[in-house]
Each structure stands twice: as structure tokens, then as C-alpha cells.
Design a protein around this ligand. Structure first.
Ligand code: PRX
Length: 653
């Protein structure tokens, strides 16, 4: 069990904000009937949501729950790609914009539903006919934010193959670990992507990942995105240009009629050990969850221009750039690059250019914009916006209010949406037409979900008291397991409170039943909305030749939410050199990805440990945040922590 701290922090803002009567009247949900329906008959409620999809064959039974294993819509047959494409092209939506793409350098591409349908069909044929990809295979995707990323995902699920998208910021080592873990024989990548005006050489990173030869990968498909500026070496027999393959591909590929429980995708996420977990999501339940929540949480309408600024490499992009919006037949904006390029008003220029109506972003981005000043958004017409959303970490009331006043111009409800890679879709969030939102609170569980906040013994806490967030009953889009590791699935999520799902998050609720999320209570750090395990960072530090031992912690950071501080002991063989701290920071970035680079590396002669040898991260957190040291009685050597505290204070001066 990870070291767990009961959360206690209480946010300090109690104003409430209501939607305008105009918003409420036009909204999909303008009263409590959805909650009532779900409370009366939860399974019936979920069946109603599933009925919004196209099923080749309807399910025989709605749920089989043999904790911790759930099957939803058993016997039903459907296809995610069919639901996102085929059923729309049979209607007037055929010519509606499905994806509006903006490149970092300013290029623009609009793919209608028909365009997307055509490309996905062809690429599904490439996978199936040229590479023999079949139902049950795992295909790795390591791409920039370009339409071909969505095309590749939709093509995989069209033929029943599971995709494993790896965020473009991950390193070669991370790619190698992931393709090995899921035994993936094919990688789809690009010659590169743009980020902050720089070219990220994705194909070269893939080459590095495969250079040891010790991987299952047999073929690499490369999209030409950068063109001339990219240095690409094609490995004869292994690497293939996407565009050439597409030229030869037949136009139509029928969507497979897949069993509801067919594995749709894997998405690796961090946990409390050094090894990332391949979270498994299946077809019918996942699509039901994301279709339902996209429609109601974002109040998604036919004429909306919806923009989620996440990267598709994370679950937010899977569920709320690709699958949820497309299943609803919406127009989804996809932006390739960085918010600060070429200038700090890029997001606002995109909102203005496309007349974005719904904007979904992360608190870390909001805090960054706040620090850049109001002039950037004020220089643009943001009057098309009607709804704002946030995700990824707790939002501090100050950032919430800035978002509300400066971006929403006090005229847009804000949905603070709590969920996880594992939950597949949003679980706790206001419904924008009816909620009285409070800055910093994600409001209540959505209809269909049953959450609870409990103490360490599983007893529900009283209002105002911090506790642990659990989910009491299975839901359609819940993870179905960790790829290849059923024991870890059981241990991580289901052993803490028998029969209940443990989220790893702390929370409290107030006298009106509103939930306030208080951050992780386990050894998971949330840096700019990116989830990292302390063990993962520690393994990367220890992998450096001079490091003997390491302990990583998260400390509060004004912009990033949390930042990583790594305390490190060095080997006594004299192998370390001056400037080793910087080397270790760089080593972690190389091992995991640049987003995991520690803010600070502190060399220490020893780490504070209990008599049984367990590192006391709690005390390291006290040191790094300048707090008075907590209980030190269980330490093997109390002098270690005093020395370290002194050293830290000297460094800070
Ligand atoms: O700690 C919670 C935080 O992000 C974690 C999930 O991270 P990940 O699986 O990467 O998914 C992020 C996007 C869904 C949660 O355990 N988190 C997410 N949304 C919120 C949040 N914390 C507070 N408020 C939120 N709205």
C-alpha cells in the first residue's frame, strides 16, 4: 500500500454562480429529471444512454458484475468507428466539419464527416490488407496532433484492433517499454511534429526505441507531416510512407461487427510503482460513457464549435477530442502546437478564428494565461464562447474566477470535470444548465455514477471532513483491467475497500453535497495535469550511473499545480562529477520524457528512513515545503532529516 496522507486542505471560496436563464432554457438538461431517472433505475438509465448508439445487434443483458470484473451490454454488437462516422454520413452531417485542424505554423485543414470516413476506410484497409492487422492485435501510435492521429485510431477500432497511443512527449525508452508490454508489432508515427516552433523528430525517436532490436515491432508507418525539414531515414523493409500506402488502398472497408466487450484501446498511465499500467477500455461501455457525457456535460449542440485543448496522447484527448464529440456528430477543433507560439495569444486567436463556442482546457494552462496577463485574451473577440470546462487537477478558486471573468466574460458556465484514465469518461461535474457552480468544486457525481467519500476504514465521512474518494458501483466506461496484470488491477483499485473502486484521490463534500477534490493521496504526482508516479521518477534517477538511491516528491507549484523534487544519494565510487544534479534532471527527461524533468535535484548523504528501511517521503515533503517536521519518532536516524533540512534551507537562500 502506498504511503497515504489524509487530505485536509479546504478551498476558501464559497460564492456560487448560476447559468443565465437563456442558457438554462436552451440546455439539454434544464431540470433534475436525469438524476431522478438514474436514481430510480440505474441500469435502465445506462441502457437508455446506450440506445443513443447504433448497435448491429442489441445486447441481451445490460451488466454482469463479478467484482472487480464488469461486462456491459453483453451480447450486443457495435463498432466505434461506425458510430463516429458511418451513421453521420447517412445524414445531412455528411458535409459537416468533423475536424477543424490548425497547425502550429498556421496551416489549416477541415475534414468533413465524409472526408474523415473516406480516410479512415482507406487506412483501415492499409492496416488490414497490407499489414494483416486483425481483431485483437495491438497497434502503437506515436504521433503529433494532426488529423492522421485520429484517422489511425478510428481505423484501428474499425477493424477491431486495439490502439495504444503514446503521448508525443514520451522518450524512446518509454516507447520501448510500452510496445514490449503489449507486444505491439506495428507503430504509426510521423516524420515529426511542431512544438514551440521546434521540430520534434518523432520518427528518429521511434528509431532509437527500436534500435536495440529487442522489440516485437516489425513495421513502422510514417506520415509525412514536416516534409523537407525533417531528417528521416527509412529502414528498408520495416518503414513505410503513409501517403504511399494510402494511394494504393481500396476505398471501402466495412466496419467489423464487434462484441460489446472487445478491447478498444490501451492507454498507459502512471501508478505507484515504476512500471506504467496499460489501462484497458472496451467498445460498448466506453462509447456509451463518452457519448453521454460529451452531450450533457458540454451541452453539445449541432452548431457548436467545440475545442478541447488536450493532447490526444492522454485520455482527455481520446474521450473528448475524438470519440465523444465525433460520436455525437459534433465539430471538434484540433490544434497541433503550443499555446505560446508564435505569441501568447494563440489560443484566443484560434477561438476568434473559428468562432469556438465551447472551450475545454486544464487549470495549469489557465494559470499560465493568467500569469501572461489579460491583454492577450482581451485583444480578441471571445464573444462566441458559451461554455468553459476544466480538467486534470484541482482548480484553485483564483484561476476559476479569472477563467470566468476574463475568458468567459462572466457569461459562460464553467464545468470543472473530475475523472481519470481509468474511469474513461467524466464522473463528477456540474450539468451546466442547472448547476450552481462554486469555484474549486467539481459539483456532484453525474447521473448514473455512485461516489462516496470515506475514511481510512471505509466509513463515510461527515461534510467538511477530508476523506478518500471511492466509486461504489460499476459504470459502463470503467477500465476492464491492466493489460497483462490482473493482480495489479485488483490490488491497486479494489483491495483497499472490498468491492469498491478506489480512485487514489482525496476529497471532501460540503453541506450541499458538493464535492471538492483535494489531490492524490497516493504516490502519484500531477505535474501540469500530467500524471507521474514517484517510483517511476525514482527508477529513472537511479538509472543514472552516479545515483545510489532516490526519493521523489511533489510540491505545490503556482503554475504547474505540482512540481517534482528528487532527493538523491550518490554512489561512493567517486563516479559523480560537478553539476551532477543537472545531469540527473536531464537523465530523467531522457528516460521518461521532458515533462517529467524534476524541478530540483537535491543531493544528500542519506535519505530519512524508518527502521524497516522505508523512505519517509512525508518528511521530505515537510522539508521541501518549509513546514515544521512532522512525527520523526519512527526514523532510524533522526539526525539525517535535520541535516537535510539545514542543507535545503541553505540551498534556498
Ligand atoms: O487526481 C485527479 C486529477 O487527475 C487524476 C487523473 O489523471 P489522469 O488519469 O491522467 O486523467 C486526467 C484527465 C481526466 C485524478 O485522479 N484530476 C482530474 N480531473 C480533476 C482532477 N483533480 C481535481 N479536479 C479535477 N477536475
Amino acid at each position: 500500500m502506498p504511503e497515504e496522507t489524509m487530505p485536509t486542505a479546504l478551498p476558501g471560496e464559497d460564492r456560487t454562480f448560476q447559468p443565465s436563464s437563456e442558457f438554462r432554457e436552451r440546455s439539454h438538461v434544464s431540470d433534475d429529471s436525469l438524476y431522478e431517472l438514474a436514481n430510480q433505475d440505474r441500469l435502465g438509465f445506462w441502457e437508455k444512454q446506450a440506445e443513443q448508439l447504433h448497435w448491429f445487434k442489441k445486447w441481451d443483458r445490460v451488466l454482469e458484475w463479478d467484482a472487480p470484473y464488469a461486462k456491459w451490454f453483453i451480447g450486443g454488437k457495435l463498432n466505434i468507428s461506425y458510430n463516429c462516422l458511418d451513421r453521420h454520413i447517412q445524414t445531412w452531417r455528411r458535409n459537416k466539419a468533423a475536424i477543424i485542424w490548425e497547425g502550429e505554423l498556421g496551416g489549416q485543414r477541415v475534414l468533413t464527416y465524409w472526408d474523415l470516413y473516406r480516410e479512415v476506410n482507406k487506412f483501415a484497409n492499409v492496416l488490414k490488407e497490407r499489414f494483416g492487422v486483425k481483431q485483437g492485435d495491438r497497434v502503437t501510435i506515436y504521433m503529433p496532433m494532426i488529423p492522421e492521429l485520429a484517422i489511425a485510431m478510428l481505423a484501428c477500432v474499425r477493424i477491431g484492433a486495439a490502439h495504444s497511443v503514446i503521448f508525443g512527449g514520451f522518450s524512446a525508452d518509454s516507447i520501448r517499454d510500452r510496445v514490449r508490454d503489449c507486444d505491439s508489432k506495428l507503430i504509426i508515427t510521423a516524420d515529426g511534429g511542431y512544438r514551440n516552433g521546434q521540430i520534434i523528430p518523432l520518427k528518429s525517436i521511434v528509431d532509437k526505441a527500436l534500435s536495440s532490436g529487442n522489440t516485437p515491432v516489425e513495421d513502422v508507418i510514417v506520415v509525412r507531416h514536416i516534409g523537407e525539414g525533417a531528417q528521416v531515414q527509412l529502414h528498408e523493409g520495416r518503414d513505410h510512407w503513409y501517403q504511399q500506402l494510402m494511394d494504393d488502398a481500396p476505398a471501402r472497408c466495412q466496419a467489423e461487427e464487434l462484441d460489446s466487450e472487445t478491447l478498444a484501446f490501451l492507454l498507459y498511465t502512471s501508478g505507484t510503482t515504476g512500471k506504467p499500467k496499460g489501462i484497458m477500455h472496451t467498445t460498448g461501455g466506453y462509447l456509451t460513457g463518452v457519448t453521454y457525457t460529451s452531450k450533457y456535460v458540454f451541452d453539445l449542440k449541432e452548431d457548436d464549435v467545440y475545442w478541447c485543448t488536450a493532447d490526444i496522447g492522454w485520455i482527455t484527448g481520446h474521450s473528448y477530442i475524438v470519440y465523444g464529440p465525433l460520436s455525437n456528430g459534433a465539430t471538434t477543433v484540433m490544434y497541433e502546437g503550443s499555446p505560446g507560439y508564435p505569441d501568447k495569444d494563440r489560443f484566443w486567436s484560434i477561438v476568434e478564428k473559428y468562432g469556438v463556442t465551447i472551450l475545454y482546457t486544464a487549470p495549469t494552462a489557465i494559470r499560465t494565461f493568467m500569469s501572461w496577463g489579460d491583454d492577450y485574451p482581451k485583444g480578441h473577440d471571445l464573444s462566441t464562447l458559451r461554455l468553459l470546462g476544466t480538467v486534470g487537477e484541482p482548480i484553485n478558486p483564483k484561476a476559476w474566477l479569472w477563467y470566468h471573468n476574463v475568458i468567459g466574460q462572466a457569461n459562460c458556465p464553467i464545468v470543472d470535470t473530475w475523472w481519470q484514465t481509468e474511469t474513461g469518461c467524466i464522473m463528477i461535474s456540474p450539468l451546466p444548465g442547472i448547476a450552481h457552480t462554486r469555484p474549486g468544486s467539481a459539483s456532484r457525481p453525474l447521473p448514473g455514477f455512485e461516489a462516496e467519500i470515506v475514511d481510512q476504514h471505509g466509513k463515510p465521512v461527515e461534510s467538511g471532513t477530508g476523506g478518500l474518494l471511492i466509486i461504489k458501483s460499476p459504470w459502463p466506461s470503467m477500465l476492464r483491467g491492466i493489460y497483462g496484470d490482473p493482480d495489479r488491477y485488483r490490488d491497486t483499485y479494489w483491495s483497499r475497500f472490498e468491492g469498491f473502486y478506489f480512485t487514489g484521490d482525496g476529497a471532501k463534500f460540503d453541506e450541499d453535497g458538493y464535492y471538492w477534490l483535494l489531490g492524490r493521496v497516493d504516490d502519484v504526482i500531477n505535474v501540469s495535469g500530467h500524471r507521474l508516479g514517484t517510483m517511476e521518477i525514482e527508477s529513472a534517477c537511479v538509472d543514472h550511473p552516479s545515483v545510489a538511491e532516490a526519493a521523489a516528491i511533489g510540491i505545490d507549484h503556482e503554475i504547474k499545480g505540482q512540481a517534482i523534487v528528487a532527493f538523491v544519494t550518490l554512489k561512493l565510487d567517486g563516479s559523480s562529477s560537478r553539476g551532477v544534479e543537472e545531469e540527473i534532471r536531464q537523465h530523467v527527461a531522457t528516460r521518461i520524457g521532458a515533462f517529467a524533468r524534476p524541478e530540483q535535484v537535491i543531493i544528500t548523504a542519506e535519505l530519512p528512513k524508518t527502521r524497516s528501511g522505508k523512505i519517509m517521503r512525508r518528511l521530505l515533503r515537510d522539508i521541501a515545503t518549509g513546514r515544521a517536521l512532522g512525527d520523526t519518532t519512527t526514523l532510524a536516524d533522526a539526525a539525517v532529516v535535520q541535516k537535510l533540512k539545514k542543507k535545503y534551507e541553505q540551498l534556498a537562500e
